[in-house]
Write a protein of this length. Sequence first.
Length: 363
Amino acid sequence: MNKITVGVNGYGVIGKRVADAVLLQPDMELVGVSDIVTDWRIQSVAGKLPLFASTDQAREAMVQAGLPVAGSLDDLLSQADVIVDTTPKRVAAENLPRYRQAGVKFVLQGGESHETTGHSFVAQANYESALGRDLTRVVSCNTTSIVRVLGALQNANLLAKARGVLIRRATDPWESHLGGIMNTMVPEQKIPSHQGPDAQTVLPDLDVVTIAAKGAHTQTHNHYWTLQLTRAASREEVLAALRAAPRIAFIRMADGLVALNSTIELMNDLGRPRGDMWEVAVWEDLVTVQGDEAYLTYQVDNEAIVVPETIDAIRALTEAAPNAEASMSMTDTSLGMRQDLLTQAMSASANDRPAPATVTRNT
């Protein structure tokens, strides 16, 4: 089987995670990563991954810094079937002519607008519509979570409309020394905030309004939803719809997972790379249903949630998997994704535990 050759342009928060995920896929080959920096962010992979320079100026700086440069971005494009562009907002849009000229397929991230690609992607919702396309855009972390959770209820014919409040992190953890906020919260300057309309680029029939604010923390986002159901339903029906959907995992206050930091600590204890949580973590014991209304809250790992979607987008563009189920199964298995973050961990530990020794008594 010929593997899909993948290049990553932009080895930052998302790019390095995508590169690692590509390395885990049985049907993909990472041919290199490209960037413009010369500091610890790229030095950490020097000699481990083929390193390319995104600009002539960057190549000169990398050589002067003693980094082993395999070539230019154009050289990387010549080796790749698909380029994943994880460069900062609006930089990717400027790269489009270069990708098109090289004849390479490419995946952008949610920092770019829907209009840039004409297609926005969340695997469980619209994988098939991306099959064979030259380009797509994986929506943002918050939008991905909205499509996963609200889409699950929509698929179960339970959701009439959704109104949500999103508490966003102030900045990425590694950039905490550069900016962010303290001792305040900053409302987004428009209602609806951009996440709801963005979700509608994937689920056009979704009746959703979002209100967002930036909080004084750096790890993960937190969503609160009031849901109008299509009919009076039971709590178990809502939970069953969420359980039936991929990439949603339950957590519980009763297990001590009472805050955003405790869930991140759990990810570290589970041995997740970089403490990543690719799933949407829904507090199961907080899901409440009253007649035809439901209420829930969940946590979103802004550094990780789009990684599996990006892997599936690569397969969709190259038609390497015929449908979402086939691609997502490969992706989720390779990453070790779960439907219950703690119970499954406990079950795995029990299965790995050696059987108790048999004691023979003398009679």
